[in-house]
Design a protein around this ligand. Structure first.
Ligand code: COA
Ligand code: ZN
Length: 333
């Protein structure tokens, strides 16, 4: 929990972990299939930027998410950097077996806090999902693989509307009781707003101080970075983000990209938070992304540059200055 006397805009070198989800949340939504060797090269580039965790891919049904049908090869062939956790989204037992077989460090299990979204995304009721994921957690624990549970639609459902805080906390509690390593509160379609984020984050930190808490925001309504700052102020230290701000759940109407990794890293660095990110390297990786996915990305930083990337003065600047200074010499009427 943060000291309430220290406002959020002074980071005081506090450690904030950024977790890349562009290679999963981002690429799953792309029409074009990014070639397997390009995915591997991208993960390898990202591994060298100082990210704490990379959600490399998802072990879902290849019919449901064809863009990530090469999950095994990608997970097996990436270079593993010490200190980086390589995770993957897993929807069921079959996915867990595939992920463990491919040497995934952490299984990211997914279900929704909203019944309607859970049915649309996973074709199961929440109770059915919970029963299935309980089996997956059992398998992971026997195999000694860490488990994170991502709860979708924690800040609202695009089909149901508001999802109550008590509903979110009750589902998270059931997973905490099973001994999962981490819980992610996901704002799947950008419905979260800062005061709501602060309340839910504080409640989660109080209830599960020993569980890794991640916040996962989409910038659908322009509140992504504001939500990150509200989360930090309320005690969260881990955030999912995607390179270039790409992404979005294919089963959530109106979903758009995650908060953009380089935008969050850039803002937090200015505010003296320690993200461990090599920003020029991350921005360089993001600039190569449009060539891979075949279109521009929402990243503002790749377009505008960093705050102090200065521009040359106009070519006729000296003449402008001379004329301006000459005006001082003219008599005032
Ligand atoms: N890996 C590979 N194949 C899988 C699989 C997995 N994890 N889970 C299911 N399949 C295959 C089955 O073998 C079956 O194949 P077949 O038709 O060739 O026999 C097919 O998918 C359907 O399986 P079924 O058990 O009936 O599942 P389903 O159709 O109800 O699908 C999900 C359930 C959740 C596995 C599937 O919808 C899915 O992967 N969805 C993706 C969810 C997602 O990632 N959303 C975005 C992130 S939030
Ligand atoms: Zn998401």
């Amino acid at each position: 929990m943060t000291n309430s006397n220290i406002p959020v805009w002074f980071g005081n070198s506090r450690r904030i972990h950024l977790q890349e989800v562009g290679t999963r949340d981002g690429l799953q939504a792309e029409c074009a299939f990014v070639p397997t060797e390009d995915k591997i090269a991208l993960v390898n580039e990202l591994s060298a930027t100082g990210l704490s965790k990379i959600e490399v891919t998802s072990f879902t049904s290849p019919t449901a998410i064809p863009a990530l049908r090469d999950a095994e090869i990608v997970m097996r062939e990436i270079e593993r950097h010490p200190g980086v956790v390589y995770s993957a989204l897993v929807p069921n037992l079959r996915g867990a077996e595939r992920a463990i077989d491919a040497r995934t460090d952490e299984l990211n299990l997914v279900m929704s806090a909203s019944e309607t979204h859970n049915l649309a995304n996973l074709r199961m009721t929440r109770e059915q999902s919970f029963a299935a994921l309980t089996q997956v957690i059992g398998l992971a624990q026997r195999e000694g693989v860490a488990v994170n549970v991502s709860l979708s639609c924690c800040f609202g459902c695009p089909m149901e509307g508001d999802v109550s805080e008590s509903t979110v906390l009750a589902w998270a509690q059931r997973f905490a009781d099973l001994g999962v390593h981490g819980i992610t509160l996901c704002d799947t379609t950008g419905m979260a707003y800062p005061t709501q984020v602060a309340t839910l984050t504080r409640a989660a930190r109080l209830r599960w101080p020993g569980t890794e808490l991640t916040l996962h925001f989409h910038n659908t309504r322009g509140m992504g970075l504001a939500n990150v700052l509200a989360g930090i102020d309320a005690g969260a230290n881990r955030f999912d983000a995607s390179l270039g701000g790409i992404g979005g759940c294919p089963y959530a109407p109106g979903a758009t990209g995650n908060v953009c990794t380089e935008e969050v890293a850039h803002a937090l660095a200015l505010m003296d938070f320690d993200t461990g990110i090599d920003l020029p390297r991350l921005i360089a990786a993001s600039k190569r992304l449009p060539a891979l996915i075949g279109h521009d990305t929402p990243s503002q930083i790749t377009k505008a540059g960093q705050r102090l990337d200065l521009h040359p003065v106009p070519a006729d600047f000296n003449a402008i200055r001379s004329r301006a200074l000459a005006r001082n010499a003219e008599p005032v009427h």
